[in-house]
Design a protein around this ligand. Sequence first.
Ligand SMILES: [Zn+2]
Ligand SMILES: [Zn+2]
Length: 81
Amino acid sequence: MLPLDPQADLGRRAWIPCPRCADAEGCDPCGERRNCPTHWRYLLSNTGSLLHLQCPGCTHVWTHETGFGATRSLWDASPGA
Ligand SMILES: [Zn+2]
Ligand SMILES: [Zn+2]
């Protein structure tokens, strides 16, 4: 397992399914694309439409191309959350 990235911050989360552990499979909120309280990923950084993510469950790190310029609805960057 990789260590958690130093950039990992609970205040910056994204609701993107993890390609490695697929822990959100069969989950109701995830299936409905809602912001699930259980299955979320650390948003390490984002460059344009490319998100740099880390899964808190299996610590897998990957990039996710959203295909949009600004996808604020996908992630929660509220300070102090
Ligand atoms: Zn995972
Ligand atoms: Zn879920």
